[in-house]
Design a protein around this ligand. Structure first.
Ligand code: IVH
Length: 672
């Protein structure tokens, strides 16, 4: 065989393909034709198939997508991914500059486009892409490397030299307007529902388990920062130019995608230019980011709670469109909140067709003095959620009827209530109003909550209509027979998926369970904070409003909502049934500080304990630096004995001279 010849050819093809990829997707200046590129790629695929021992996850062949990704591991960011504070006027930008100057004196600013896409952190080690992680909550995100490899503007191997051994390149993954339009055209052809918004579609695409599909979508990328201890220069602008040499797609100074200024006038000139020029470029931007250029000055300025003091985003005014109000519908959500929705004559707005727009609440209808048939002005908040912002009174048809907020729930007829100081109307019939019941269950099964596979909105509706589920605890009593008895559309496989999915959810951590319960105002982040701070549901149920407000991020409104939730008999009953079913009601992350008190100790756990569950005590050992080991040996530091530790084990410990300690002694060890 031509072994060495093949190996060399593979290497050569990889280098050439990555070079042409770079010329095409980063420089937009290809030097070979598409068929030529494809021929080389085919040859490489053939050779790689014949030589599995030469596989390389950063080979250009990986850009078309590899195997299905089973799950996206959650990984911590080495440096948190921050957000930016927003500004909307020259005054606010001037305020930012004044704050910076007051603190560090005159300094230089770099301005860049604010890409409307999905943030990504790319780690490179020894010049190769190691992993790509989503922003997530800023502290940790999902590792989606296989999908990231398909984004052709992202280099898999760096060019040039001078890159640090390990660093992160951060940027935004976006759809170009053209690619997005093409995707929707294809979907229209196929009779599929159209996507409304490029950013959401990019986010959804990146979470797809099939990298081939991601590759087909043709996502794009811009890098907006380098992060790491040994960056090439101390100027953000200069680093962007360096990153460009290494093969990244960074903003082009020639096209004024990036610029510099020393004062407010210079910054505003850049902003004003883009406010009108933004519609003429190939991707969507929603503003301009202004950054202090000098990294040392950035460090000196530091951060506030969530965003850096050295940068600010200037957000452009949203585009508006006029259209006719055909009607208003009233939707009942999971908390009973009734939301009015404007049904509009379809209108094109900032690239998408808008048919409905949120009206938020009764006050908003009142404020707009909305009448059926009115000509209304619609704009997209953050270029996403369409909302009605005004009415052109002079175009009101004669005898138009005022839009009236209903007094009774449109779904169950119960009189609506409005709480003191709240804008929302609620249907108080929380235990019977059908959409409230189903939406609560839908929330419970959702990915970020109990993540029950095989159970989506439609299935929940179906199970509900069949009388099989009224609340979330009923899910855990579902049997194969019951699901199969639903009849058409259900088979052994789909029914099994539901029942297994429900069973698997019992392992979902307490943090998520607490969120899944759907307590009003308790979102994902707050649920996590509370779960970590409180530790378990029993403590939480016993806490007063005052105790609750002592928790980070828990204010009056949240605290009251929690107290109310647990005061309701029905909720307590459901929680009790969930507990019986085996759900996690104790934080596995544990509460309190972590120590090294058990470092270097190998501990065997045996028997049952009073204040710890079996898993809980193992966790406690690990959180204090100890190691849990399965069997007693000479290396065992001690045996932690609960009630009813077996006599055989005790004898073994004695024989090997391993000390046996009890729960109280253990508690003292980790507390003192
Ligand atoms: S710098 C310290 N530059 O906007 C902040 N961000 O609200 C680091 N974004 O999540 C971000 N274009 O995903 C920066 N040229 C740009 C950007 C940009 C878009 C996004 C980014 C971030 C969000 C901040």
């Amino acid at each position: 065989m031509h072994h060495t010849g093949d190996a060399e050819r593979i290497k050569q093809l990889r280098e050439e393909l990555e070079l042409h990829n770079h010329r095409y997707y980063v420089l937009a200046a290809p030097t070979i034709s598409d068929p030529e590129f494809d021929r080389m790629l085919k040859e490489l695929e053939r050779l790689e198939a014949a030589h599995p021992e030469l596989a390389d996850r950063n080979s250009p062949t990986q850009r078309v997508g590899g195997d299905i990704t089973k799950n996206f591991p959650v990984v911590a960011h080495r440096f948190p991914m921050l957000s930016l504070s927003n500004s909307y006027s020259r005054e606010e930008v001037a305020g930012f500059v004044a704050r910076v100057e007051k603190s560090v004196g005159r300094t230089r600013y770099t301005m860049e486009l604010k890409y409307d896409g999905v943030a990504i952190s790319l780690t490179y080690r020894d010049g190769e892409l190691l992993r790509g992680v989503t922003r997530g909550d800023g502290e940790k995100g999902e590792e989606i490397t296989a999908n990231v490899r398909t984004v052709r503007a992202i280099p898999l191997k760096l060019r040039g030299r001078g890159w640090p051994a390990e660093f992160e390149a951060r940027g935004e993954i976006i759809f170009t307007k053209e690619r997005f339009a093409r995707l929707n055209a294809e979907r229209e052809q196929a009779g599929e529902e159209l996507y409304a918004n490029p950013r959401n579609t990019a986010a959804g695409t990146l979470k797809n388990q099939d990298p081939r599909l991601v590759a087909e979508r043709g996502l794009d990328n811009f890098i907006y920062t380098l992060q790491g201890p040994e960056l090439p220069t101390r100027s953000h602008f200069a680093n962007m130019l360096k990153a460009r040499e290494w093969g990244f797609k960074t903003p082009s100074p020639e096209r004024r995608f990036i610029g510099q200024a020393d004062d407010v006038d210079g910054i505003m000139a850049f902003i004003d230019h883009w406010d009108s020029a933004r519609h003429g470029i190939e991707f969507i931007i929603d503003g301009i980011v202004v950054k202090v250029d000098d990294l040392d000055v950035q460090e000196e300025l530091g951060l506030t709670a969530k965003s850096p003091r050295w940068a600010i985003a200037y957000k452009f005014q949203a585009e508006q469109a006029g259209t006719r109000l055909n009607g208003v519908s009233f939707q009942v959500g999971r908390t009973g909140a009734v939301t009015p929705v404007a049904e509009l004559e379809p209108v094109l707005l900032a690239g998408t067709t808008v048919k409905r727009a949120s009206l938020f609440n009764a006050d908003q209808i009142e404020r707009l003095d909305l009448h059926l048939g009115d000509r209304v002005l619609v704009e997209k908040a953050g270029e996403i959620i369409p909302q009605v912002v005004g009415v052109e009174r002079e175009h009101r048809p004669p005898h138009a009827a005022r839009v009236i907020f209903p007094h009774a729930c449109p779904e169950c007829g119960t009189p609506l209530i409005r709480l003191e100081g709240e804008a929302q109307h609620y249907c108080p019939n929380e235990h019977q109003c059908p959409p409230q019941l189903t939406r609560r269950i839908e929330h419970f099964v959702a990915r970020k909550a109990m993540d029950i596979e095989g159970l989506g909105g439609e299935t929940v509706e179906e199970l509900f209509r069949a009388g099989l589920i009224r609340n979330v605890a009923d899910l855990y009593d579902l049997t194969m027979e019951q699901v199969l008895a639903l009849g058409k559309g259900w088979g052994e496989k789909s029914a099994r998926q539901v029942v297994d999915g429900v069973a698997a959810s019992k392992a979902v951590p307490f943090e998520q369970v607490l969120y899944a319960l759907g307590i009003r105002h308790v979102g994902e982040t707050v649920a996590r904070k509370i779960a970590r701070a409180v530790g378990d549901i029993d403590r939480l149920m016993g806490m007063s409003k005052e105790e609750l407000t002592a928790i980070d991020e828990v204010g009056e409104v949240i605290a009251e909502s929690i107290v109310d939730f647990f005061a309701a008999e029905g909720n307590r009953a459901v929680i009790e049934r969930l507990r019986q079913a085996g759900l996690q009601f104790k934080s596995s992350a544990g509460v309190g500080p972590v120590s090294n008190k058990l470092a270097g100790k190998s501990i065997v756990v045996s028997g049952v304990f009073r204040t710890f569950s079996r898993d809980g005590i193992k966790e406690a050992i690990e959180r204090h630096g100890g190691k849990v080991s399965g069997s007693i040996s000479r290396k065992t530091t001690f045996v932690l004995a609960g009630a009813d530790m077996g006599p055989a084990k005790r004898a073994k410990a004695e024989e090997l001279g391993v000390p046996v300690i009890d729960e109280e002694e253990f508690s003292r060890m980790i507390v003192e």
